[in-house]
Design a protein around this ligand. Sequence first.
Ligand SMILES: Cc1cc2nc3c(=O)[nH]c(=O)nc-3n(C[C@H](O)[C@H](O)[C@H](O)COP(=O)(O)O)c2cc1C
Length: 426
Amino acid sequence: MDNKNSLLHICPFFQYEPDVGLAFEPREHDWTEIEYWEMIAKWAEHGRFDAIFFADFWGAARDPVSIRNGKNFPMLDPLLLVSRLSAVVQNLGFLVTMSTSFYNPYMVARKMQTLNHITNGRIGWNIVTSVNQKEADQLGMTLPGHDERYERAYEYVDLVKKLWASWEQDAVVNDYENNHISDVDKVHQVNFDGNWFSSAGPLAVHRHPAGDPVLVQAGSSPEGMAFAGKHAEIIFSPNGPDHVKKARVEKLRAAVSDAGRDPYSVKILFPIGGCVAASRAEADERAAQIAESVPDEVGLSTVEGLSGFDLLSHPIDTKISEIVDQVTGVRGLFNMAAEKGWTILDTARFITNRVSDTRFVGAANDVADSIEAETEALGFDGYMFRATYFAPHYVRDMSTMLVPELQRRGRMRKQYETNTLRSYLA
Ligand SMILES: Cc1cc2nc3c(=O)[nH]c(=O)nc-3n(C[C@H](O)[C@H](O)[C@H](O)COP(=O)(O)O)c2cc1C
């Protein structure tokens, strides 16, 4: 399909990962300082990106490899971080992750609608069902099975939407002279009584004029895709070979259509690492350093986390095809690894080497060519750029080198003409 006239949708992607320890210049701040995150937000706004995305996991707590290497541990609470960052930029959107398996739906409805007010309509919720019992261990609970997680998620999101809708848009009157702050007839009880969740309602937070928070989803199983088809406005899809990505894009568009929605109203984004530099030679040189910068032990523990079972009880030269049936986590990744004949170690190196796809390493012109060619050939809408080196510099380099090239080609906005996240997706 031809996306030529449409804007690309690109979000820098973070998971609070100080394992991106590589820096090509002196660091102004450490990842432990709030200024590090402020630099990222400011450079992302400079690049006129739609939003920055914060993933969230806390399951690495008892893993010495994660603690030593700073792999997803420690991690600030992204919601609270965003509440600060949204004050240092005017237009940039923020996507935050909260799990339907771990949080109470009333609290999520309340927190997200509060963030909607704090950010003035620039917030999105990445709805995850979670894959890792180690996260559940921190809360003293057992993670439900895969399909039940999605059954609960449907009910959960229905309830969250009902709580948001419990306030009509014009319910707040603010007639101070007559002591009439909100119109009682426009604030509704919810009286939701589901299989898993219940709430009396109404929500304790009024609606924002920009509409409710944007919904994001990243499931890749048939259940996950059907769920995204019903609810998501942005879909994050896991990376993979081109034919797998193309098939997934088609399935996702079909899932959106099956839910009675316009399949092209939803923006489908894939993660990308990449490296843009002043010349192809410099980018290649940087890519070689990036590839070596993450120790194998980090990749191995990441892959185990994504598998959803104790993968590392097998020797690291075990073929994924021999154990793929035991995967309860991110199945798409492991199916691809099995198809390619990879071992556990190969898969770990693939996961940590975010510049393995050489199409996205080069001067701005080279990478922009690859981005245009791939989005057009596979029919998706954009990318989440995941930093491959010191994140504030990475986002700066993307914003000052790649973005101007994409703007010149009419594929990214030159200015924000509106100021809400949903309007950027239109
Ligand atoms: C780009 C991307 C980002 C994700 N971010 C998170 C996250 O922050 N937290 C989380 O628990 N899961 C995250 N996931 C996992 C998905 O929500 C989902 O659970 C996983 O892809 C498995 O899909 P399935 O449950 O449909 O099989 C992410 C997945 C992708 C592709």
